[in-house]
Design a protein around this ligand. Structure first.
Ligand SMILES: Nc1nc2c(c(=O)[nH]1)N(C=O)[C@@H](CNc1ccc(C(=O)N[C@@H](CCC(=O)O)C(=O)O)cc1)CN2
Ligand SMILES: Nc1nc2c(ncn2[C@@H]2O[C@H](COP(=O)(O)OP(=O)(O)OP(=O)(O)O)[C@@H](O)[C@H]2O)c(=O)[nH]1
Ligand SMILES: [Mg+2]
Length: 460
């Protein structure tokens, strides 16, 4: 076992609730709890993984301070792989804090943020990527993000990384054998080719998992979605409809929205960060001008653009400019106000849309909104997210390391291509192995480990 101290923390959210849990972990967890526990049996004698009713008594004064249910879990089959005790108290801040204070008087110290999970990692129950996924699980905003995180807690990404590292070791071993026992005169050439082919196979798998990164990032952070369009086309009305709330001010005065308004909404499991912007036009109004500038900035940062066009009016020069402005960003063209007579040239819009989806809606009559939501979802997840057991990568640290590994293995491939001595490529392959090891925490520094875990919640 790696850790000596016994630690404790409140593992439930701070605030009022039905039950709050003080969790202890470490060699003295059971004895410490026993000193405070008054029940039918002493905790050190109960079977592991059982729960017991009793009172929590201040050993100093003999006064009962809580009525509790206490779980006893003996190592190694526990969350931390150490002895774990969980004291289930009545909800509310005072009681659980008093219990924690008493626990901390029993030669137990307060856990650092993430320290329970860190111990699970240090004691080998989970690897680093799984520990990070525990954190993602807590922060997941949608069902899909949750599924990805659960998959990683269960080790889908870890398994892939371990397989890739094994393949790299196999390459190194094969190369060694060929070098030590050259059966042919052209051993060097044969070895170079083997190394190259197998490295390419590894790179292909790295590329594949990296290709899931975009979806992963969207699931984690939400899709930054800018609603843009000329003044008065109905941008704020659209925001309000999508979030089912009258958040943004809607009037018939063009130039109503001056500042950026943001809100989160969940569309078919995809978290969108909707950004309502000021209608983009040339203006002399100082405030509106700033708003328009902000719209342009939001547009640049957007993952998705919802471009609104007024169905009732002819296309203006302003509309045309917006199509140029969105550039390569994924976009959906929305014709709004279809309750009014058609004034826009559909042909012209189709030409400008250049293959992008065009959706007709009337926010006044509440028509076309489900179809719009469908388009948004299909644009990003054509086949759904969680249909398979595939490894997804969504963590920025993991993505950066995978890119670094890709570049290292590419160096090996290039060296082989150029016919350089095999030991050059061997170094690159070893380096790739190291980099991938950082993802699962095999080849990672203590300071990085401390930094990663310190970002966790207290009590996790
Ligand atoms: N009360 C309580 N609920 C909780 C947690 C907890 O710590 N306490 N968890 C905290 O996040 C989550 C559950 N996660 C856990 C993960 C592994 C083990 C565990 O004991 N694993 C052992 C043995 C498993 C077994 O019996 O088969 C192991 O992997 O060796 C426990 C909880 C969510 N719910
Ligand atoms: N007839 C009709 N009117 C609509 C529709 N959608 C919005 N409007 C009206 O159009 C006007 C402008 O709507 P807003 O949502 O404020 O437009 P905006 O694009 O946010 O405008 P700015 O903030 O000024 O850029 C309001 O009077 C809305 O009621 C629609 O589908 N049909
Ligand atoms: Mg507006």
């Amino acid at each position: 076992m790696y850790c000596e101290d016994t630690i404790a923390a409140i593992s439930t959210p701070v605030g009022e609730g039905a039950i709050s849990i003080v969790r202890l972990s470490g060699p003295e967890a059971i004895q410490a709890a026993d000193r405070l526990f008054a029940g039918k049996r002493t905790l050190s004698e109960v079977p592991s993984h059982t729960m017991h009713y009793g009172r929590i008594v201040d050993p100093g004064t003999g006064r009962t301070i809580e009525e509790a249910m206490v779980s006893v879990m003996k190592k190694p089959k526990t969350f931390t792989r150490e002895d774990v005790v969980e004291i289930n108290c009545h909800g509310g801040l005072t009681s659980v804090n008093r219990v924690l204070e008493l626990v901390l008087d029993q030669n137990v110290r307060l856990a650092e943020p993430g320290e329970f999970t860190k111990r699970a990692f240090l004691n080998g129950r989970i690897d680093l990527s799984q520990a990070e996924a525990v954190m993602d699980l807590i922060r997941a905003k949608t069902d899909q993000a949750m599924d990805v995180a659960i998959g990683q807690v269960e080790g889908t990404l870890s398994r892939l990384i371990h397989q890739l590292r094994q393949q790299l070791l196999d390459i190194l071993a094969a190369v060694e054998v060929n070098i030590d026992y050259p059966e042919y005169d052209d051993a060097e050439v044969v070895t170079g080719r083997l190394l190259r082919d197998r490295s390419i196979a590894v790179r292909k798998q790295v590329d594949h998992v990296l290709s899931t990164a975009r979806q992963g990032k969207i699931l984690r952070e939400g899709l930054s979605t800018a609603i843009i369009g000329r003044p008065n086309v109905g941008k704020s009305s659209l925001l309000n409809h999508l979030i089912h709330e009258n958040r943004a001010i809607v009037t018939d005065v063009p130039g109503t929205t001056r500042d950026i308004i943001e809100d989160y909404v969940n569309i078919h499991g995809i978290p969108l960060k909707l950004i309502d912007t000021a209608g983009i036009r040339e203006t002399e109004d100082t405030v509106e001008k700033i708003g328009v500038e902000r719209s342009r900035t939001a547009l640049k940062k957007a993952d998705l653009v919802l471009l609104l066009i007024n169905y009732h009016e002819e296309l203006t020069e302003g509309d045309r400019q917006l199509f140029t402005l969105i550039g390569e960003t994924p976009a959906i063209i929305i014709l709004n106000k279809t309750d009014l007579s058609g004034g826009v040239s559909i042909d012209a819009v189709e030409k400008l849309a250049a293959g992008r989806q065009i959706v007709r809606i009337s926010l006044l009559n509440e028509q076309g909104i489900p179809e719009l939501e469908e388009s948004i979802a299909s644009l990003f997840f054509k086949n759904g997210v969680t249909q398979n057991e595939e490894a997804y990568v969504s963590n920025t640290r993991h993505i950066a390391l995978l890119k670094k590994a890709r570049s290292a293995i590419s160096d090996a491939i290039e060296a082989a291509d150029q016919g350089l001595p095999v030991d050059m490529a061997q170094i690159d392959i070893k380096r790739t192995w190291d980099i991938l090891g950082e993802i699962v925490g095999d080849t990672v520094s203590d300071s990085l480990i401390n930094e990663l875990f310190s970002k966790f919640c207290l009590g996790k």
